[in-house]
Design a protein around this ligand. Structure first.
Ligand code: OVM
Length: 409
């Protein structure tokens, strides 16, 4: 990582941001991003990523402030590196993620109601039953690949059922579609291009299953169409928001469960603590989200000239927020690099914050709590049997394979 004087964008400012040629998307960085994040935080409260022409934030305080000021740091120019005002997005922009007021407020209100505890808590019983069946199966096997057998299997069943899409095609298409969605929050690198080539079938399948006639009559998808019937959404907005559920709701929860398994496989004492007290599952999940965040980086775009940490930024400037770093910032977290299920991990930015804070965070936490709780009650110990295989993606962190052995309680 080199640090020299600032280029054009910062030359006129009172304080120049440190410049770095750091590539957040390099395989070697994704293998273990945390030492790199520490160097980024030490560069200062803001820095300039010369490879990408974007500023970056890696400390908790600055990221929190920027995410809370959605008027200055907008989403309608895309929340990836691409600026939709000048570049053509790979798909029609999301009407919630990649939107500002007034459009965002209207769609967000409908999705917030859909995914509020009052509407999703009725899913708990079904999820608990599925979790028990899944734990039966993995304990019977003893040796498993925790990614397909557990971490992917659970959301592909319970979340896809909750949305109300067909069974056929889930395994083949849902995760590859999300893989593309999350790669698109980074640069158009080789990873992006290869993924887009592979995602063509998934893109067509997603468009089909978002149609009203392909959804169950009582799921979350059907409820979006019902909201359109009531005039809360335009008719063409219902399938767009079903697409949002399927974009944002699978890879993220699958990888969060992978990250939970990794955290506990590496820290047997932490598993012993949770096993002794399975009702800690929700709190433990929060610490997983802090310690191994799922969504590691995304962007905002300035709507005007603005100073951030004393550095003057122009209008239309992309700023990358390194969530995975904010959640390890020692300025915010005592013993930031210790995975500790007893800590108060609230205030972590794994789900973002502000008006765009994850609308699905309560159902995500519900899935995580239910599966982790079922495992905590019935699994005495878990052991990593071989090196896990990381899944390389431009913005989310997870695994393709994780050979694990489980010992029943
Ligand atoms: C969407 C969408 C897609 C991916 C992620 C997300 C993190 C939203 O299509 O609206 O939120």
């Amino acid at each position: 990582m080199s640090s020299t004087l600032a280029p054009d964008a910062a030359r006129t400012s009172a304080i120049h941001a440190p410049v770095t040629d750091f590539d957040p998307y390099a395989d070697a960085v994704l293998d273990d991003p945390y030492p790199h994040y520490e160097r980024l935080r030490e560069l200062g409260p803001i820095f300039y990523l010369s490879r990408y022409g974007a500023y970056g934030l890696a400390r908790h305080a600055e990221i929190d402030s920027v995410l809370r000021d959605s008027a200055t740091f907008c989403s309608s120019a895309g929340v990836g590196l691409a600026n939709f005002h000048v570049e053509t997005p790979w798909r029609k922009p999301s009407i919630i993620l990649e939107a500002d007021p007034p459009l965002h407020g209207r769609t967000r209100k409908v999705v917030a109601g859909l995914l509020a505890p009052a509407n999703i808590n009725k899913l708990r019983v079904t999820m608990e039953r599925e979790a028990e069946l899944l734990v039966d199966r993995v304990l019977a096997k003893g040796h498993i690949d925790a990614v397909p057998d557990l971490c992917a299997a659970f959301p592909l069943k319970v979340f896809a059922d909750a949305v109300g899409i067909p069974r056929e095609g889930r395994e083949e298409f849902l995760l590859p579609y999300g893989d593309m969605v999350f790669n698109a929050f980074g640069p158009v690198n080789e990873r992006f291009k290869v993924c887009l080539d592979k995602a063509q079938g998934a893109i067509a399948w997603i468009a089909e299953v978002c149609k009203r006639e392909n959804l169950t009559h009582d799921g979350l998808g059907a409820q979006l169409y019902a909201a359109a019937d009531q005039g809360l959404l335009d008719p063409e907005e219902a399938p767009m928001l079903v697409r949002t559920l399927l974009s944002a709701g699978l890879d993220t929860t699958v990888f969060t469960l992978c990250n939970a398994m990794i955290c506990f496989a590496r820290e047997p004492e932490q598993w012993a603590t949770l096993h002794a007290q399975p009702t800690m599952a929700r709190q433990a999940l929060e610490e997983v989200l802090r310690f191994e965040s799922t969504f590691h980086s995304f962007y905002r775009t300035t709507t005007r000239e603005v100073e951030v940490a004393g550095v003057a930024l122009p209008k239309e400037q992309k700023i990358c927020v390194f969530i995975g770093s904010a959640n390890r910032d020692p300025r915010r977290w005592p013993d930031a690099h210790k995975f500790d299920v007893n800590r108060k991990a609230n205030g972590n930015l794994a789900f973002g914050t502000g008006v765009h804070g994850c609308a699905g965070q309560m159902i995500a936490r519900l899935e995580g709590e239910v599966l982790l709780g079922a495992l905590a009650r019935r699994v005495k110990s878990l052991r990593l049997e071989a090196a896990p295989v990381i899944h390389y993606n431009n913005s989310v962190r997870g695994y393709d394979s994780m050979p694990v052995s489980l010992l029943a309680a």
